[in-house]
Design a protein around this ligand. Structure first.
Ligand SMILES: Cc1cc2nc3c(=O)[nH]c(=O)nc-3n(C[C@H](O)[C@H](O)[C@H](O)COP(=O)(O)OP(=O)(O)OC[C@H]3O[C@@H](n4cnc5c(N)ncnc54)[C@H](O)[C@@H]3O)c2cc1C
Length: 414
């Protein structure tokens, strides 16, 4: 291919086209490959797993407050085990558990609600026992804690790459450098995708386009109830004396924060009172070009939030901050994913609306959406995630953006 004369796509038809080679698109491709579906094409304008997926803190938190989301997360743990066996390698899952910390009676109640529908093992701890497990916690500040011993975190790019390699072994094709302009509809059903290098025919298209998914769905006349919202975290300087190896993940809703160990340092995220949401119609193709730090000053959130966090985790007063990282998550108004079919566009399936949990739920989402793509009934009830559950929406309206940003500010799970 010479610059200025883009060649036609190497492939001009497939049974299933997946738009987006982030973790969700690759998980769907992996699950299709496992089910023996060979004619699958994943397209992305960028190399795989270089957008939101590359920036995730990648907590795989199981306590979710509703059975359907918890089942999707269990699907990811199953996927990791199956990928490790198939690929014959350790994917680096750090299974140090999660401590959900409650510093007030209201939070203890909220923690009960978080596990009401779950089936995963847990243990209630008092402040002293919690602080023995996580020595950076203040035993006095922590009232109670819920410990989920089987939780872990993982390198998100490594997990995405494992999905990709397994899919490739099963015959799935992954094409980078191809930009999708629109989902082409004919007589109310999907005909394929229009790309910057021509048309690719497919009876089923999976929209796993992350922050760009609402814009893509709109080309098929579908309004998705989601908006790109900034997520951010900080990493301290390495201080293994303060943050020892094996520290569990800490979810601290009283401080609007989470934290996990990162090579002797502490990685911590703060939700902030005001989340910043973006117009999906005005997103650049690469979020690397967005000024996420300065749009409201990521450092303002740090200034506002670090004292309540440091009260729970006093060593933060001693450790310097070494890194700041931000990226786009895709939030919905009700904090749930957007998964499955849309009645107005037969053949179009959604795998999006990640709400800051796309890594955690990727395995379950991949398996559920792949089943739908094959025309079968999903293994779990996807109705809570139905794309049309909130009625007709204008995906570009400021009111929707504000509601999605508020959903992020109020998030209390990991
Ligand atoms: C700071 C931060 C911390 C996070 N922490 C966690 C966490 O602890 N746990 C967790 O589970 N999740 C976390 N997340 C969320 C997680 O990163 C996302 O849920 C997940 O990566 C979403 O994956 P995706 O495949 O939907 O999106 P992406 O990885 O963004 O992939 C979408 C892909 O679609 C492609 N694409 C879009 N439109 C087109 C088009 N028209 N043509 C061609 N290609 C297109 C893009 O190039 C991109 O590669 C975090 C996110 C951020 C930003």
């Amino acid at each position: 291919m010479t610059a200025g004369h883009p060649a036609a796509p190497a492939i001009d038809r497939a049974d299933v086209v997946v738009v987006g080679a982030g973790i969700l698109g690759l998980a769907v491709a992996w699950a299709l490959g496992r089910r023996g579906c060979r004619s699958v094409l994943v397209v992305d304008r960028h190399p795989p797993a270089t957008q939101a997926t590359a920036r995730a803190a990648a907590l795989l938190t199981r306590a979710r407050g509703d059975a359907a989301t918890a089942a999707l997360v269990r699907g990811t743990y199953d996927a990791i085990a199956s990928l490790e066996e198939e690929l014959g390698e350790d994917l680096g899952l750090r299974r140090f558990g999660t401590l959900h910390v409650a510093a007030s009676p209201a939070r203890v109640e909220a923690l009960h609600a978080l596990i009401a529908n779950g089936t995963d093992p847990f243990e209630w701890l008092d402040g002293e026992v919690a602080a023995r497990l996580a020595p950076c916690l203040s035993a006095e500040a922590v009232g109670h804690a819920l410990f989920m011993p089987l939780d872990g975190f993982i390198d998100p790019v490594r997990l995405a790459d494992a999905y990709r390699r397994s899919a490739r072994r099963a015959g799935v094709r992954v094409q980078s450098g191809l930009s999708v302009r629109a989902v082409r509809m004919e007589h109310g059903r999907v005909a394929g995708i229009d790309t910057d290098r021509g048309f690719i025919a497919a009876p089923v298209v999976v929209n796993a386009a992350g922050a760009w998914a609402a814009g893509l769905a709109w080309t098929a006349g579908v309004g998705l109830p989601q908006a790109p919202v900034r997520s951010q975290y900080w990493i301290t300087e390495p201080r293994p004396d303060l943050f020892p190896h094996g520290l569990p993940t800490l979810v601290m809703p009283d401080a609007g924060a989470y934290a996990r160990p990162e090579l002797g340092a502490l990685l911590f995220g703060l939700r902030g009172r005001r989340s910043v949401a973006f117009d999906p119609a005005a997103l650049p193709n690469d979020t690397g070009g967005l000024d996420l730090a300065d749009s409201d000053g990521g450092w303002e959130t740090l200034e506002e939030g670090w004292r309540p966090l440091a009260r729970l985790c006093p060593p933060l007063f001693q450790a310097g901050i070494a890194h700041y990282l931000s990226g786009l998550s895709t939030y919905t108004v009700d904090g749930r994913f957007v998964l499955g079919a849309v009645p107005e566009a037969e053949g179009l399936l959604m795998a999006t609306g990640c709400c800051g949990a796309g890594i955690a739920a990727s395995g379950g989402i991949g398996q559920a959406v792949a089943t739908l793509a094959l025309g079968e009934v999903a293994p779990i009830d996807l109705s809570p995630f139905a794309p049309g559950r909130l009625g007709a929406v204008d995906p570009f309206s400021p009111a929707l953006r504000a509601a999605c940003a508020a959903a992020r500010s109020g998030k209390t799970a990991g």
